[in-house]
Design a binder for this molecule. Sequence first.
Ligand code: UD1
Length: 430
Amino acid sequence: MEQYVIKGGNSLVGDVEICGAKNAALGILAASLMTDESVIIENLPDVSDINVLIQAMESIGAIVEHLDRHTVKINSSLISSQTVDSIYIKKIRASYYMLGSLLGKYKRAEVALPGGCNIGSRPIDQHTKGFKALGADVKISHGRISAQAEKLVGNHIYLDVVTVGATINIMMAAVMAEGKTTIENAAKEPHVVDVANFLNSMGANIKGAGTDVIRIRGVEKLHGTTYSIIPDQIEAGTFMFAAAITKGDVMIKNIIPKHLESISAKLIEMGCEIEEFDESLRVVASKRLRQTHVKTLPYPGFPTDMQPQIVAALSLSEGLSVVTESIFENRFRYVDELTKMGASIKVEGNSAIVQGVGRITGAALSAPDLRAGAALVLAALAADGFSTVDDVVYIERGYEDFPEKLKSLGAMIEKVSTEQELTKFKLKVG
Ligand code: UD1
């Protein structure tokens, strides 16, 4: 089984380049199906969630040409089916974006129900509410969700909860609907804006993305485009916390500092220095981190996808911190793993009460999901001695070359798949 083996103790120092945003890329790839003309997408991260979605797109007839590691050319003129039932698709939550894009273009779509990270119940009622409001008939049976319509007609849709997925999905379904659609209480995440900008570059008429009211005027068809995906806010945030937890000094490059404000603000409260540049940001942590309290919130609040990483860092801080998760109900499953390392954390309802300790020690760990897996790696980098992290497939769903990037900053980490490789690494780093 593949695992990461890590010896903690080195401060991370140097520069790291951040990839394109996975969650924007998932929406953009699905949206690329909406034109018969060719689309070129640049700055695509090479992570397994993206590759699974590309395979699903190919399974219905899209032609995807890899121009280089981070650039694809997609032609969807020969799509022969609107039923996505690939064995891969259940693995990733974003499979549901093909529902919105195929419904928007072909007025029918059928997709296996989404999988993804196990971080609590993940309803799709707001997606279906939006599709129905546009005139689609939506059914769920035999593990699939189908939506079809004679025609889609714009409508006024108020989302009962702020949801990224439903906002993007409804936006895609509405771009070619007749007339005007308004999405109220829309999500404002940078990747919502990126998908809207991408659709607009294909000829859509979407206004207000990035605010809580998005207005869409339906257009007849979309055309080809070349588009570069925004940098990944969460990958960047993870490296910022990697610098903080290891008392390091890291320049995070190819980012949009504005998207990282909530993360930078917390790191400053915790005693780090942050220096901002146009497209990069430097995190310097020279002393023990301080406690803070944090609650996850929709953008521009502190992202739920950074919650495990901040808990890992706070477990080594001075004082008592309370971290409240307000987006997903089951997102503290990794806490038991941190406890194995000597962290002192108690989960009460949707809060983790973290009593900072002076040191944590290496242990055999398992990644329970994508972001928690990354957080365990961060903890291992700061722990005394060796750790192993199993189930790295979760981490590889969203982080490109994670061990290599950490290694380039001075971390002692290796991906191994045999006992011999593990022993060899231990002998090498001593
Ligand atoms: C996306 C991100 C995920 C991130 C999350 C919140 C992708 C592929 N994934 O997930 O990494 O953690 O945003 O920033 O972009 N909800 C409903 N009904 C719905 C849809 C959602 O009640 O129909 C609820 C969810 O249970 C959750 C909240 O809304 O409590 C936010 O979920 P949402 O923003 O939709 O998350 P995802 O789009 O699945």
